[in-house]
Design a protein around this ligand. Structure first.
Ligand SMILES: [Zn+2]
Length: 266
C-alpha cells in the first residue's frame, strides 16, 4: 500500500449521480428503511478510468496490477449497504466468514467522489466486502451521519499509510499500529498468492540494496546514482508492490524514500 493522490472530481459527476442519490435519500428518510445493495444504481463504473489513472492501474489495497488483467472494481471505502465484521478464517485468503453487524451502511456516501477507489476483486469482493472496522465497533443501528467512531481501515488517498503498514524480508505485510493490523486482516494482504508475488520481487530489491550498500561503502558516486536509480524505478508509484520496496529501503538503509530519490538524482 502506498499513498496516492485522489483524482479530481469530474465536472459531470454530480449531475450524473443526482437522481440515484436522491432515490436513496428518499428510501431512508421518507420510507424509513435501509436500502438494499441492489437499490444503489451503479453510476460509479463510468468513472473507473479516473481511478485507474490516479493509481497507475494498481489496487488501492494490495498494489497488484488490476486493469492489465481484469476489469477491477470501483470500491466503496465506506460500505454503502450494511456493515459486517470479520469471521475466524479471514487470513486464509479464501474470503471471510462474516457476521452482519448492521443492515445500515454509509448510504449517504454511496455517491460521494471521496468514497471511491480502484480495487482488485480479491481485495474488494473476496476480502473487504462490507467490513468496516471502527473503534468502537458499529452496532445494530448502524453508522450515523455525524458518527465520530475512529475508523480502523487505511485509506491510501487520505492516510500516511507507510506509518501504519510495513513489510518484512519474506514478503509479509507487517502492522505498525491498529489500523495497519485491521487493514491487513480485512483486505487479506497476507494471502499466500500475494506474499508469493511480493517475495519474487524482493529478490530483485534485496540485490539492488546490497549493491547500493557496497557503492556507499566504496564512496562510488556514479555507482550510487545508478543503483539508487534502479531502486527508484522498483519503488515508483506505478510499480506493483512499491510499498514493499520503500519499506525495505527504509529498514535496510535507514533513509526515507525521498532520501533515496535524492541519491538517484545527485
Ligand atoms: Zn487488491
Amino acid at each position: 500500500m502506498i499513498r496516492h493522490r485522489r483524482p479530481e472530481k469530474p465536472a459531470d459527476f454530480e449531475s450524473r449521480v443526482a437522481d440515484a442519490k436522491e432515490a436513496i435519500r428518499r428510501i431512508v428518510e421518507v420510507e424509513g428503511r435501509n436500502p438494499t445493495s441492489k437499490e444503489f444504481d451503479d453510476h460509479w463504473k463510468h468513472f473507473k478510468d479516473h481511478f485507474d489513472n490516479a493509481q497507475s492501474g494498481k489496487c488501492f489495497f494490495c498494489e497488484g496490477l488490476v486493469t492489465a488483467t481484469q476489469d477491477g472494481d470501483v470500491e466503496h471505502f465506506f460500505p454503502k449497504a450494511g456493515i459486517t465484521t470479520l469471521g475466524p478464517w479471514h487470513d486464509t485468503g479464501k474470503g471471510s466468514k462474516t457476521k452482519k453487524l448492521s443492515e445500515r451502511g454509509y448510504w449517504w456516501l454511496a455517491y460521494e467522489w471521496s468514497n471511491y477507489s480502484l480495487a482488485c476483486q480479491k481485495c474488494n469482493q473476496r476480502n473487504k466486502g462490507n467490513h468496516f472496522p471502527t473503534d468502537p465497533e458499529i452496532g445494530e443501528e448502524g453508522p450515523s451521519i455525524d458518527d465520530n467512531r475512529a475508523r480502523l481501515l487505511l485509506n491510501a488517498f487520505d492516510d500516511a499509510v507507510e506509518e501504519s503498514l510495513s513489510f518484512n524480508q519474506s514478503g509479509f505485510a507487517i502492522p505498525m499500529d491498529d489500523r495497519g493490523r485491521m487493514t491487513i486482516s480485512v483486505c487479506g494482504l497476507n494471502r499466500s498468492a500475494l506474499v508469493s508475488s511480493r517475495f519474487k520481487q524482493l529478490r530483485l530489491v534485496k540485490g539492488k540494496l546490497d549493491q547500493l550498500i557496497q557503492a556507499l561503502a566504496d564512496n562510488n558516486a556514479a555507482r550510487i546514482k545508478e543503483v539508487a536509480g534502479d531502486l527508484e524505478i522498483i519503488g515508483a508509484d506505478d510499480w506493483p508492490f512499491a510499498g514493499q520496496t520503500r519499506a525495505l529501503v527504509s529498514s535496510r538503509l535507514q533513509i526515507s524514500w525521498d532520501d533515496l530519490k535524492e541519491l538517484a538524482a545527485d
